[in-house]
Design a protein. Structure first.
Length: 364
């Protein structure tokens, strides 16, 4: 019996010691936690700032357009037949008057030669008639105009001259010449093919390109002739070309848009028909301009943070007046009784997670 009591007492004693150990360990952890809380330091947000100043702002209108060569002419033969020669290739530059291609028409050549000989004979007959009328041979300067006209008609000279002109016109119809300096485009035939009855090729002068685009009628007052534009090809928007507005159509279409034309100088990398983004710019002086990164959303409203000398960030409700690809024009939100002044230190980065009165450290 005593042995049983001793075992029970031993078990109770062991449990008590274990509970004391657990209690002591818990107190130790509590003390460690308190120490950790005592050593906590608030997070400081690193930010960059800019001094708010009034400056010129490039207000922009964005649109899409298509490039069109400043001069373009579709060429076609005025006669039929097999192509005798093609002297150029697509993309090749040609000068004004250069022969692009010819059609083989020996019958036209024979007719032209016959007309030339007929004119020579008629000219001899004309001089014979005038000599018979008592005028010097080979000299028509002393012949009265009415007499000379009658002599040309009777000798057949006038008719022969008209025949030669018509024959020359037909010969030229078998020859394609470049009407101006430009590049050749659209040739599909080869020598000895039948000449097409429609366009054989196109001459494109793309040294200057035009771009047609549209803006909303509400932006009409923004536009003016000579206004600078920037053009960026969709194929490579890293490239940018400068131009200016050359025409504004004073009519509003059924979509409430106005057609505008701008001219852009080509450095050789733009081509007719290319799709581009058009940016029209007008400078507005004396605006409070901040980078787009400076404005964030709080309470579903536009906010920017200013930094004070005590290292605190304070948010200010703002209204965005204008925007472009890089910046905003802002003013204090009057409905929120906000204040925004020149000289304020505006936080432009590190502001995404800021709250009002957050601690900040300005990067130097």
């Amino acid at each position: 019996m005593n042995m049983v009591k001793n075992k029970i007492l031993a078990s109770i004693l062991a449990c008590g010691l274990a509970m004391m150990a657990v209690a002591c360990g818990g107190n130790k952890k509590t003390e460690e936690a308190k120490d950790e809380k005592l050593s906590y330091t608030p997070q400081v947000n690193e930010v960059t700032v800019m001094k708010l100043e009034r400056t010129d702002f490039a207000r922009q209108l964005l649109s899409n357009g298509k490039l069109v060569a400043g001069k373009k002419s579709a060429l076609q033969f005025r006669t039929t037949g097999k192509i005798a020669a093609i002297n150029v290739r697509n993309g090749e530059y040609v000068s004004a008057g250069s022969v692009i291609a010819t059609v083989d028409r020996p019958d036209l050549k024979l007719s032209h030669e016959s007309s030339r000989l007929s004119l020579q004979k008629a000219e001899l007959d004309l001089y014979d008639f005038l000599v018979g009328q008592g005028y010097p041979a080979g000299d028509t300067t002393s012949v009265p105009a009415d007499m000379l006209a009658m002599a040309k008609m009777k000798s057949g000279y006038s008719a022969a001259k008209n025949d030669l002109a018509r024959s020359s016109y037909e010969i030229e119809g078998a020859i394609l010449r470049a009407p101006f300096v430009g590049r050749v485009a659209g040739i599909k035939q080869k020598p000895f093919d039948q000449a097409p009855s429609d366009v054989f090729c196109t001459i494109v002068d793309d040294s200057m390109l035009e771009v047609d685009f549209s803006v909303m009628e509400s932006e009409y007052s923004f536009l003016s002739l000579g206004l600078p534009v920037k053009v960026r090809p969709f194929a490579d928007e890293t490239k940018e070309y400068s131009g200016k507005v050359t025409a504004i159509n004073p009519l509003v279409d059924e979509k409430g848009q106005i057609s505008v034309t701008a001219q852009v100088r080509n450095d050789g990398s733009l081509i007719d028909g290319m799709n581009v983004r058009v940016i029209v710019e007008r400078m507005i002086p004396g605006q409070l301009v901040v980078p787009r990164s400076a404005v964030v959303i709080r309470d579903n409203l536009d906010v920017l943070f200013t930094c004070t000398d005590d290292g605190k960030a304070h948010w200010t409700y703002v209204t965005i007046l204008y925007s472009n690809g890089e910046s905003y024009v802002v003013e204090a939100n009057k409905d929120r009784n906000a204040e925004l002044n020149e000289g304020d230190q505006v936080i432009v980065s590190g502001n995404l997670n800021l709250a009002d009165n957050s601690d900040v450290l300005v990067k130097r």
